[in-house]
Design a protein around this ligand. Structure first.
Ligand SMILES: Cc1cc2nc3c(=O)[nH]c(=O)nc-3n(C[C@H](O)[C@H](O)[C@H](O)COP(=O)(O)OP(=O)(O)OC[C@H]3O[C@@H](n4cnc5c(N)ncnc54)[C@H](O)[C@@H]3O)c2cc1C
Length: 394
């Protein structure tokens, strides 16, 4: 599909030029012309007073989308480190590819040949790798343009990525360019045994129901999945596969990453990789209550997390929030202190291996998911725990 200007109707009024968010329209010989920067957003079509701009569907559009083959995982790297969620998606993608009787490919922008090989060892049959310097640091526009180009050429039927700041930023652009559906924040992915459609399960209506979404017509079927929701596949050092070099030649960008500045936090917050998490809710009562949690976190070597209520109270910054609108975590041990256990909090932590809940209300819903429960005042129990652990550790 492409956007076309009917030259005989165009008056060269420039209304379309003003409307284009991508600077993709130029006036040549008093007529508008669409350039290769066009992202198919169609903003120009509605502003043209002469109705001179229209979209043209190519005969092959429908047929080609129906011919998709292969499952793809966009593997995210930052500063040369592959994101954990990409390895989790390779595990999930392996299962989907098996059910479809097709291949699993990874797409890697930036990183090294060794990173590409690692993706094969984590389950990919093939890696499309672009190692050009311009793609080492994430940048929305070229990432979206190159991934869209690859998808258009190779026609996979399913494309997945992590619901990380990077995935959330550029994946919708790719879906819009390709006119494909996109389901964000899936918690489970399955294949319909009859239709072979991808069944994309995600919480809906404030987390109160689980919705199953599928895209019967458009291809590829696209979804993002939060980190730590799915388990990694098996790592096999002897596994072999194909690495296909990809060129970014001709991929333009209006923006350039000049510098990346790391946010410095006073508290340990690498929640998604943490083995132990101490989390607090409104029941901690104040910022002072959170200081007690920080003391416990320090003796345990744990990260500190919070419910949304505690974040809303201003006792701790948002980046510590766990739950539907915060982070999803899956540590070995999650200690929930003064947290009621609302469904929106549970979706972010209930896959933790062991959950200890401290709450003064014996009927609090958190006890339904807890491995061990302590009924009592967290402001008293937490310092006791900290003291005891210090004693045991010597
Ligand atoms: C669209 C949407 C998205 C949301 N996203 C999130 C999210 O990402 N994360 C999230 O956490 N929430 C989220 N929420 C909010 C969620 O519904 C709850 O309101 C929130 O989780 C409640 O936090 P809480 O358990 O700390 O507070 P409360 O529900 O107020 O619970 C406090 C608990 O502390 C106990 N308590 C009180 N004093 C003590 C004490 N001294 N010692 C021990 N226990 C004590 C009480 O018995 C109670 O169980 C979302 C809501 C919506 C609508």
């Amino acid at each position: 599909m492409y956007i076309k200007v009917k030259r005989e109707l165009c008056t060269g009024c420039e209304a379309c030029v003003q409307s284009c968010p991508y600077d993709a329209i130029v006036i040549k010989g008093a007529k508008a012309e669409i350039t290769e920067m066009c992202q198919l957003c169609r903003a120009c079509m509605s502003v043209c007073p002469e109705g001179a701009i229209s979209e043209v569907k190519e005969a092959t559009d429908e047929k080609e989308t129906a011919q998709g083959r292969g499952v793809w995982v966009f593997a995210e790297q930052r500063e040369g480190r592959i994101a954990g969620v990409s390895l989790e998606l390779l595990g999930a993608g392996r299962g989907l590819a098996g059910k479809l009787g097709t291949e699993l490919s990874a797409v890697l922008f930036g990183g090294t040949g060794h990173d590409a090989l690692e993706l094969i060892r984590w389950g990919a049959d093939r890696v499309f790798h672009c190692d050009e310097a311009s793609l080492q640091a994430f940048n929305d526009e070229p990432y979206a343009a190159l991934l869209s180009k690859l998808i258009t050429e190779q026609k996979p039927e399913i494309v997945l990525t992590g619901a990380t700041p990077i995935g959330r930023s550029f994946f919708p652009r790719v879906a819009a360019k390709l006119r494909a559906g996109l389901t964000a924040d899936c918690t489970s992915l399955e294949i319909d045994p009859e239709t072979k459609n991808l069944l994309q399960v995600r919480p809906a209506f404030g987390g109160n129901i689980m919705a199953t979404i599928f895209c019967p017509h458009a291809r590829p079927q696209m979804a993002t999945v939060r980190p730590r929701v799915m388990k990694r596949g098996t790592y096999d050092e002897a596994r072999t596969g194909e690495i296909v070099k990809v060129s970014a030649k001709g991929i333009a960008s209006r923006t350039k990453v000049v510098e990346t500045v790391k946010e410095v936090s006073e508290l340990a917050i690498n929640l998604q990789d943490a083995n132990i998490i101490v989390a607090g809710g409104r029941g901690m009562g104040s910022e002072k209550g959170f200081q007690l949690l920080l003391d416990l976190a320090e003796v345990l070597g744990a990260s500190l997390a919070a419910s949304r209520a505690a974040v809303d109270e201003g006792w701790i910054p948002y980046r510590h929030q766990v739950g539907q609108t915060g982070k999803t975590v899956s540590p070995k041990l999650y200690i929930a202190c003064g947290i009621s256990g609302a469904v929106q909090h549970l979706v972010g932590m209930q896959s933790s291996d062991i959950i200890i809940a401290i709450n003064k209300n014996p009927d609090a819903p958190i006890f339904n998911v807890a491995t061990y429960g302590i009924v009592g005042d967290a402001n008293e129990i937490v310092p006791m725990l900290t003291k005891k652990i210090k004693e045991v550790k010597g």
